[in-house]
Design a protein around this ligand. Structure first.
Ligand SMILES: CC(=O)SCCNC(=O)CCNC(=O)[C@H](O)C(C)(C)COP(=O)(O)OP(=O)(O)OC[C@H]1O[C@@H](n2cnc3c(N)ncnc32)[C@H](O)[C@@H]1OP(=O)(O)O
Length: 157
């Protein structure tokens, strides 16, 4: 049998940064004021392996990074084992692309007896146009301080 194979798999070519025609995204010249009250807790660059079938970054990957970023902010108060109990809001405002430099800003929204709710904002810059920002994700995540048995423990205020 004589099979003719393409040199590059069509779906794989969409994973390369800027390899597909991509709509322009509305980048801002500066970060909005809201981030001034938020702490920069994490920076990360998504890789081709983090893409979905559209060639954009998989939402589940972004959610995992937000969970880590929010937990870093929560640890400042919980000072020990902490579990994610609820995601109150998750808004994917703009697609994230391979090679975007993502900055995760977190702020404490509420501290309860055993729980702490963190607001996380995610901004993208491109590596060839740094200093211009695009808000890609907004999320509100609640964490619970837990003891050695995994039971809720009081957060020292
Ligand atoms: C998809 C995943 O894999 S997530 C993985 C990581 N997360 C986990 O594994 C956590 C699994 N969940 C658990 O182990 C338990 O639910 C725990 C330890 C987090 C909480 O235990 P519970 O017995 O449910 O705790 P309890 O009902 O006393 O609530 C504890 C706190 O969480 C808050 N809480 C509970 N459920 C929610 C909710 N749905 N939304 C917001 N806050 C909540 C409570 O208000 C309370 O806060 P407060 O003490 O500040 O008032």
């Amino acid at each position: 049998m004589n099979h003719e194979y393409p040199a590059v798999l069509p779906t794989m070519s969409t994973h390369a940064h800027n390899a597909r025609p991509s709509p322009k995204r509305p980048f801002l010249d500066r970060l909005p004021d809201s981030t001034e009250t938020h702490e920069l807790v994490l920076k990360v660059v998504p890789m081709p392996a983090d893409c979905n079938a559209n060639g954009d970054i998989f939402g589940g990957w972004v959610m995992a990074q937000v969970d880590v970023a929010g937990a870093i902010a929560a640890f400042r108060k919980t000072r020990g084992r902490t579990a994610t109990v609820a995601v109150k809001e998750f808004i994917f405002k703009q697609p994230v692309r391979v090679g975007d430099i993502l900055s995760f800003y977190a702020s404490v929204q509420r501290v309860g007896n055993t729980s702490i709710t963190i607001c996380v904002e995610v901004y993208a810059e491109t590596f060839n146009d740094q200093g211009r920002y695009l808000k890609v994700t907004d999320a509100v995540v609640t964490y619970v301080a837990i003891d050695e048995e995994g039971k809720p423990r009081t957060i020292q205020q």
